[in-house]
Design a binder for this molecule. Sequence first.
Ligand SMILES: [Zn+2]
Length: 168
Amino acid sequence: MTVNKKGEETGAISFVQFIERLLRESATGVFKQEEVEAAILDEPSLGGEFGPSDLRMKKVGRSGKMPKWKSNLDWCKALLRRQFNQGDNEVKWLVRRKGKTKYFVHLTRASEEWRTWVAVTKTKPSFMKKCKSCKARNALSMSRCHKCGKAFPTVTRKLHKTTSPDDM
Ligand SMILES: [Zn+2]
């Protein structure tokens, strides 16, 4: 066991792999965020080796603070979601919020009901559009696909209409 020195921190990929194993080897394949955090802290090679840079309190949002390792964990979650949305089959788990609780769900271990529920956000609008010819995801602002160069149809102008009773 080697505790991280100042300036060293446990990388996000370690969390991704640890959580994958944690969920896969569990009875349900589903953990709450608090349970995942406790397991990370309990793990000798993760929490057991956290040093000052992992534990440093970092500002989040306007008034919140969290230790650096937790913000690394948040970063993992966002990264996996993005990879999953891009069709990456290597993604093994995803997180989804239900009310105030965040659930970590393993994409093969968890019950079908859980897996479907967590994957549904795939269809959530995320300011991206998909190219019809090559399926690549593009930013909404693109006029041509960044991958195959196909022009996107011109975006229609949205008109604001008001109807008055006289028109009826
Ligand atoms: Zn394309």
